[in-house]
Each structure stands twice: as structure tokens, then as C-alpha cells.
Write a protein that binds this ligand. Structure first.
Ligand code: ADP
Length: 331
């Protein structure tokens, strides 16, 4: 049975420069998804504040994510792209949700425990992150949330909150939808230049829009083993080949794999191949980004317009929430 048309929501965290792991693991799929349904994509600057207290950096990363998404093919006529802070009501809804969330549930959140295990001293914002995330989703009546496997537990918290809210305040009529996670295609983990998972926090990332000397230096620094140039090599254990795989068409991939196995093909050759492939793959997006950088007012207009659409949708949901909870306002 076909249900109502899904409402897609996705939060993009402006806590660093986007890298090719983000692209293949998430952004490429976001871009593919945003066209066909009602969709809200927002840059979660309040979430970023759980780990970032640098005004200039937050401003820059927030704007850059908008630039990056637009350059990579996000069409603002198809879906709303905006700043989380342009919909202040999201924090009001989050407050209502805090009052419905047992501390013990947040204590068990894997994403929180992971960050603490990595040595972060947690603040209350980081602890409460999944509750603000629930508000982000439910304030637009989101029903489908594209996320990686690692976010499944957080979406479960959102689902619990929607169900609990409806049970307590709905008198039999569901006020908030219970969203479904939409698990993104599990792309093989993209390795960084040191062979570990590419991550902005490991300092091993290659930015999507890096170019010229900086890009060349990064690619040349990718860690390989010390098999001599003449010797045959196994492409499947090589970090450079793992990256080539993301960018190459089938024919190129077969040719390069063959050259690895035949010998007489060094890692330097493979790195040059990768550099050429990466440069070509993002060439169009890079040109578009350059044009957008020269038109900051256009990008701000996109965000402003997206924010307006976000606020309009949020106003309807908040009116129902206020009515149901008795949190009245007089304006
Ligand atoms: P980072 O590790 O750089 O902080 P995030 O945790 O912000 O990246 O990830 C944002 C999105 O990008 C997530 O959906 C995540 O699954 C995806 N992603 C991040 N790094 C990789 C990677 N190395 N390979 C594949 N996907 C990745």
C-alpha cells in the first residue's frame, strides 16, 4: 500500500571541510535524493557548537557547506537548503523533548560514548545532541531520514520521542509522524592518506575541492608498502587503488588493475593516475564552486529562501505542538 509521500530531512554538520569520504559515503546520495520529494536539508550550526567554539570557523564552515552542496548539484528549486539557526523554533521543540527524554536513554547513546572514548570532555550539548536531532527531524514532520548505519540508534531516539509525544499529548490522534531511517548505501570506508578511515579528525582527509599543488602533495603522500617498481602488486591491498576505484570507470579500473598485477608499474604511476581521475571527476563542480564563490549574495539568498520555507513548515507543526502541550504564546 502506498503511504503518504515521504518528507526527507537531513542535517549537515559544519564542523570542518568536506572530504571525499563524506562525498562517497553521504553527499553523493543526498544529492541524488533531494529532487524527487519534499525535502529539507539544513546546516546544523547548533550541533557543531557541541565541539566548535570559534565564531569565524563556524561562519566559514556553514557557508562553505552551502557552497559545496550547490556546486555538487543541489538544486534549491527542488528542495530547501538552509541554516538550522534560521528556524529558531527548533530549539523550543527540543526543550519540550528534553522533558520527555530519560537521562538513562542518552547515557546509552553510542555516538556520545564514542566521542567520550576518543577523549572529548563532554558538555551538556553533546549529551543532549540526539534530542536536538529529534527536533530537527520532527519540526518539519520529516518521515524519512537518510543516514549511515552509525546513526540508526539516534533515529530510534527520535522515533521513541514521536511515539511518546503522541501517546501523552495526542489523545488518540498522532500529532507527530514516526520517521524511518533511510540507511544510505553502505559504501566501503574511504581510506585517508595514512590508510586509516578518512576523517577530518584524523588529519588524513583529502578535501573534495582541494586542487593544484596542495592536492598533488596529499595524493603523493598516500601511504603504500615498499614493493619495488618492477614487482607485480596486489591492487586490492593498496590504498591508492582503493581511491582509484571510487573515481575510475570500468575500463580504466581494469587497465590499472592489470598494470598492478603485471609489474613494472609503480605506486608513483598509480598516484598520478589517481590525481588525474580526481581532478577530472570534480572539474565541473569545481568550476561551479568558483562561480558561486564570486556570487556570495546568491548563496545567501538561497539560504534565506530555504530558511523561509523551513520556518513556514515548522510554524504549522509548532502550532499543533503548542496546542497539544498547553505551552501557549500570546503573539
Ligand atoms: P568525519 O569522520 O570526517 O567527522 P562525519 O562523521 O561528519 O565525518 O561524516 C559525515 C558523513 O560522511 C557520514 O554519513 C559518514 O558515514 C560519511 N563518512 C565520513 N567519513 C567517511 C569515510 N572515510 N568513508 C565513507 N563514508 C564516510
Amino acid at each position: 500500500m502506498a503511504g503518504p509521500s515521504p518528507v526527507i530531512v537531513s542535517g549537515l554538520q559544519p564542523s570542518g571541510t568536506l572530504h571525499i569520504g563524506n562525498y562517497f559515503g553521504a553527499i553523493r546520495q543526498h544529492i541524488a535524493l533531494h529532487r524527487d520529494h519534499e525535502a529539507y536539508f539544513f546546516i546544523v550550526n547548533y550541533h557543531a557548537m557541541t565541539t566548535l567554539h570559534d565564531a569565524e570557523a563556524l561562519r566559514t564552515y556553514s557557508f562553505d557547506i552551502a557552497l559545496d552542496y550547490l556546486a555538487l548539484g543541489f538544486d534549491p528549486n527542488q528542495a530547501a537548503l538552509f541554516l538550522q539557526s534560521d528556524v529558531p523554533a527548533v530549539n523550543e521543540l527540543a526543550w519540550i523533548f528534553y522533558t520527555l527524554t530519560p537521562v538513562s536513554q542518552l547515557d546509552k547513546a553510542v555516538s556520545f560514548k564514542d566521542k567520550v572514548a576518543q577523549g572529548l570532555t563532554p558538555n551538556a550539548g553533546l549529551f543532549n545532541y540526539p534530542v536536538l536531532q529529534a527536533a530537527d527531524i520532527l519540526i518539519y514532520a520529516g518521515t524519512r531520514v537518510p543516514v549511515g548505519q552509525d546513526q540508526k540508534q539516534n533515529i530510534e531516539i527520535t522515533r521513541n520521542l514521536a511515539q511518546k509525544f503522541n501517546a501523552i499529548f495526542g489523545s488518540g490522534v498522532p500529532i507527530l509522524p514516526v520517521p524511518e531511517p533511510y540507511i544510505l548505501e553502505d559504501v566501503a570506508v574511504v581510506p585517508g592518506v595514512d590508510g586509516r578511515k578518512m576523517s577530518k579528525s584524523y588529519g588524513n582527509a583529502i578535501g573534495i575541492f582541494e586542487e593544484g599543488k596542495a592536492l598533488k602533495k596529499k595524493v603523493m603522500s598516500i601511504v603504500t608498502d615498499s614493493t619495488p617498481l618492477e614487482a607485480p602488486k596486489d591492487p586490492d591491498t593498496c590504498n591508492v587503488f582503493a581511491l582509484i576505484k571510487l573515481f575510475a570507470d570500468k575500463e580504466t579500473l581494469e587497465r590499472v588493475a592489470g598494470a598492478y598485477r603485471a609489474g613494472g608499474y609503480g605506486f608513483g604511476h598509480a598516484k598520478k593516475e589517481l590525481l588525474g581521475l580526481m581532478t577530472a571527476y570534480f572539474a565541473e563542480a569545481r568550476d561551479r564552486r568558483r562561480e558561486l564563490v564570486a556570487r556570495p549574495d546568491y548563496v545567501r539568498d538561497v539560504l534565506r529562501e530555504g530558511g523561509k520555507r523551513g520556518r513556514e513548515k515548522a510554524a504549522g507543526v509548532m502550532a499543533r505542538v503548542r496546542e497539544a502541550t498547553g505551552v501557549v504564546t500570546t503573539y
